[in-house]
Design a protein around this ligand. Structure first.
Ligand code: HEM
Length: 351
């Protein structure tokens, strides 16, 4: 078979396996661990590519004017978010391998790398931007694109201008129809006093929540109102009150069939944030172990810069903070029978 597919050709292994050129070899200074250093970074970049591929496909589905919740689309989103989470866990574990290199092994070739640095991983910055990290919220803004090449800067800035995954999440949550459909609440039994122009469910929820607060937590009431009721946008806010209410509702009533996939979406987004933060933390600790308090090859303050990014670059923190507003299951308002049906499996039409 003259034209049969070959493993090595298909994977272009001739290119990939020729792509580990050691600077130490070129300079005739032996540095055994440079091979590991190159391969680890290349493996990271390949996985970043896969993460971008998954993120793009998820965003393409969520960009549709209305995601069909009753179709495989939402399942696909969940499945791919789950895959992203697994990849990120692997990326965290890869640090274990990197750490088998000792600081002295690193010193054998570290100076040959200057001024190259992880700063120049444009795929990493592109991923952050696509997920929803805006320039205004970046730590170390002076560095963030200063060492990149123009086409890479253009790609990141374009991603910042385009709608991000957090913004798509906001739009999707805002479209959750249950509270706009009056017929879902016809037989809802209010458990506290109704308030004019407010949905009875949310009036109840707010009251029950406030009653549940211990004295030292009383200022959470103001925080609750800011998150779920105040329309004015505050600095750094990515989710509107309506979207926050939808997300909280999904968390509270996730046991109903209609809310199971939406709950998994929220949960995986939190997991992605957590894994990214874990990676940042492990990378920062590794950097400290490797170079102490010396500056990075990219010229930043090294560990201190990385700590700032760790603290500031969380993307889905607004979902994470919703746990402050949960109440015990047994105190949840009982949904109306119509709403219970709406959130259940669709029953077959009666003949
Ligand atoms: C010996 C191992 C490593 C050391 C000592 C190290 C050191 C550093 C330092 C000091 C910085 C801050 C920028 C600078 O001044 O250069 C940095 C940034 C970065 N490094 Fe590493 N690094 C190591 C391994 C890795 C690996 C394996 C990856 C995987 C891709 C990586 C990815 C990054 C990224 C993406 C940044 C930018 C982070 C941000 O701006 O938030 N590094 N690294």
């Amino acid at each position: 078979m003259a034209n049969s597919m070959h493993y090595g050709d298909y994977l272009q292994l001739d290119k990939i396996l020729q792509a580990q050129t050691m600077e130490s070899d070129k300079q005739n200074k032996s540095a055994h661990d440079e091979m590991l250093f190159i391969i680890i970074h290349q493996a990271y970049e390949l996985w970043f590519k896969q993460l971008l591929h998954e993120a793009d496909s998820i965003m393409a589905i969520m960009k549709k004017p209305a995601v069909n919740d009753n179709s495989p689309e939402l399942q696909t989103v969940v499945h791919r978010l789950a895959r992203m989470t697994s990849i990120l866990k692997l990326l965290v574990h890869q640090i274990d391998i990197m750490e088998t290199m000792t600081p002295m092994d690193f010193l054998d070739f570290r100076d040959m790398l200057r001024p190259a640095s992880g700063f120049q991983s444009w795929q990493f910055k592109l991923l952050e931007a696509k997920l929803g990290l805006k320039y205004a919220h970046r730590h170390g803004q002076e560095y963030y694109i200063s060492q990149l090449r123009q086409p890479q800067i253009d790609a990141i800035q374009l991603a910042e201008k385009e709608v991000s995954l957090v913004e798509l999440l906001n739009q999707w949550l805002e479209r959750m129809p249950f509270f706009d459909e009056k017929e879902n609440w016809k037989n809802y039994k209010t458990v506290t006093s109704p308030e004019k122009n407010k949905h009875p469910f949310w009036v109840d929820y707010r009251n029950i929540y406030i009653q549940s607060l211990a004295d030292p937590e009383k200022n959470n009431q103001q925080f609750y109102d800011e998150v779920f009721e105040t329309e004015t946008s505050s600095e750094g806010r990515q989710l509107s009150p309506k979207a926050n209410r939808a997300a909280l509702f999904i968390m509270l009533y996730r046991g109903y069939p209609m809310l199971q996939l939406p709950f998994q979406i929220l949960n995986y987004l939190l997991e992605i944030d957590e894994q990214l933060s874990t990676w940042r933390y492990r990378h920062m600790s590794m950097v400290h172990r490797m170079i102490g308090t010396r500056i990075g090859t990219g010229g930043s303050s090294g560990r201190d810069y990385l700590r700032g990014a760790l603290e500031k670059h969380s993307i889905f923190s607004e979902i994470a903070r919703l746990t402050s507003f949960l109440i015990e299951r047994r105190r949840l308002p009982q949904l109306s029978p119509e709403m219970e049906r709406r959130l259940g499996f669709v029953s077959p039409p009666t003949p």
